[in-house]
Design a protein around this ligand. Structure first.
Ligand code: NAD
Length: 495
């Protein structure tokens, strides 16, 4: 019998299975669960629960709030394997990768546990005679968190941990492709002592998202997903008067300079391009080979590809699992199939690799002589396909990256500190790695791209999330000091 995944509203599992969506095990290709798709009325109930819970949560002491995060951290650490297995069963990534995702999510919980420090305001004494000014950070109200399939634990925690720490209540809408992890998280929060209604999970698709984006009771939207949806949500939610951060897709370039450690760069490129089957927003999808090192680099990558072990995420021997759906696998394959006609050289064609069973597996591909204008260069493929662009100089590499519509992450491999420093200065990308292919910061730094990789002005989690999830209030104070009161209709000067 198929398991049905429902919503969590006001602490209770709920949801009529009038409309459901299939959830697959990507390793077998079989539908093993279904998820209830929320109606607008379901979403309104979740928002109402969040709204009702917010005054009491906001009034709870900061220490009591921090306790929830300390307990949650321990739960996540103790039960990482259980949560990782849930991720693998619906996403397909290998168990070690899923456990890595949980550990990144734990960093966001640890950051949230420091909320007493993050929520400190500022104070200036004696800005005028007998007048003091201080500022406080207050919650915005109800926050909607809308998340993608590729990190079903970490990305919800990017948003939910900081939003709740700041005194907000949340309606989380996870991806309909792998929704079980969000339900697990909501139950773990509950076990850690979070009051009912503070975190609600609503499952579904566009209907649920539209209801969140249009609700007058939702004050802020955090979205992570593909660029077209991110942009549409940013426009619609901001037109509705909400604050929005909408993180989109990526096309991350890794530059390899002629002086780099070519062997190390080849290993890094393979790890960053094919890890999690390329379904990471920080995956390297374009390798920019500068000068005459391209042949050696391509050879180094090809030889490593031959050794990659692709199989079910539950098999400890597998280094890469399947893609998320059959449709996505076919879409990725179509880019490889069209690459030669566009003028690229297909060095390794992963679509030719055969797999037993009906899982959504695909082999990894390596394309050389790729140039701007080709579909394999312009589009986010989001699969295990690495494109190599050959350029003559550092400047050509920088111009290529800066002309690209996306600006999520980039990396440079070089032994020259001056070149690395100049790259950091020149490059129009939000996250930069120096001899690090996936430059993902730790929880104490915020995360976000530039250009079509982020709509809105706040990066996610870390310090910028405290800014995003709070409103500042500035208070000017004067206490009676026994000087005679005077009427003065002028605009008071502080001098
Ligand atoms: P997606 O855009 O298809 O879905 C994201 C969310 O939006 C899901 O909850 C989905 O249900 C909802 N959604 C889908 N279509 C919608 C529509 N028409 N209207 C309203 N809501 C809709 O993204 P995905 O395929 O789940 O995730 C992969 C994408 O996410 C990639 O583009 C990847 O680069 C991006 N991503 C970006 C970051 C980042 O930090 N920038 C991180 C992770 C993933």
């Amino acid at each position: 019998m198929t398991t049905t995944i429902r919503h969590i509203i006001d602490g209770a599992e709920t949801g009529d299975a009038t409309r459901t969506l299939p959830v697959y095990d990507p390793a077998t290709g079989a539908q093993h669960r279904e998820v209830v798709a929320a109606s607008t009325a379901d979403v309104e109930r979740a928002i109402a629960a969040a709204k009702a819970a917010q005054p009491a949560w906001r009034a709870s002491s900061l220490i009591k709030r921090a306790d929830v995060f300390f307990r949650l951290r321990q739960l996540l650490a103790d039960r990482t394997d259980e949560l990782a297995a849930i991720v693998t069963s619906e996403h397909g990534k290998v168990l070690s990768d899923a456990a890595g995702e949980v550990s990144r999510g734990i960093e966001n919980v640890e950051f949230a546990a420091g909320l007493l420090h993050h929520l400190k305001g500022e104070r200036a004494e004696q800005v005028s005679r007998g007048i003091d000014v201080h500022s406080v950070k207050q919650p915005v109200g109800v926050v909607a968190a809308i998340t993608p399939f590729n990190f079903p634990v970490m990305v919800p925690l990017w948003m939910v941990a900081s939003a709740i720490a700041c005194g907000n209540t949340v309606v989380l809408k996870p991806s309909e492709k792998d929704p079980s992890a969000a339900i697990w998280l909501a139950k773990a929060f509950q076990e850690a002592g979070l009051p009912d209604g503070v975190l609600n999970v609503i499952n579904g698709d566009r209907e649920a998202v539209d209801a969140l984006v249009d609700s007058k009771d939702v004050a802020a939207i955090s979205f992570v997903g593909s660029t077209p949806i991110a942009e549409a949500i940013y426009r619609r939610a901001s037109a509705n008067g909400k604050r929005v951060q909408a993180l989109g897709g990526a096309k991350n370039h890794m530059v390899v300079m002629p002086d780099a450690d070519i062997d190390g760069a080849a290993a890094a490129a393979v790890s960053a391009a094919y890890g999690s089957a390329g379904e990471r927003c920080m995956a390297v999808s374009v390798l920019v080979a500068v000068g005459d090192i391209a042949d050696d680099l391509v050879d180094g990558i090809r030889s490593r590809i031959e050794q990659l072990r692709i199989g079910p995420g539950t098999d400890p021997a597998s280094e890469m699992g399947p893609l998320i759906t059959r449709e996505h696998r076919d879409r990725v394959a179509s880019y490889v199939a069209g690459a030669a006609a566009e003028g690229a050289t297909v060095v390794v064609d992963g679509t030719r690799k055969a797999f037993d069973g009906n899982g959504f597996f695909i082999g990894v591909s390596l394309l050389d002589d790729v140039r701007p204008g080709m579909k394999v260069y312009e589009d986010e493929i989001f699969g295990p396909v690495l494109a190599v662009v050959r350029v003559a100089s550092y400047q050509e590499a920088v111009d290529l990256i800066n002309a690209n519509a996306f600006g999520n992450g980039t990396a440079i491999f070089t032994r020259d500190g001056g070149t690395a420093r100049q790259f950091e200065f020149d490059i129009e990308v939000g996250m930069v790695g120096v001899n690090v292919p996936i430059p993902v910061p730790v929880g104490a730094f915020s995360f976000g791209g530039w250009k079509n990789s982020l709509f809105g002005d706040s990066h996610i989690y870390g310090p910028e999330s405290i800014h995003f999830y709070t409103r500042s209030k500035v208070v000017t104070t004067h206490w009676p000091d026994h000087t005679p009161a005077q009427v003065d209709l002028g605009f008071p000067s502080n001098h």
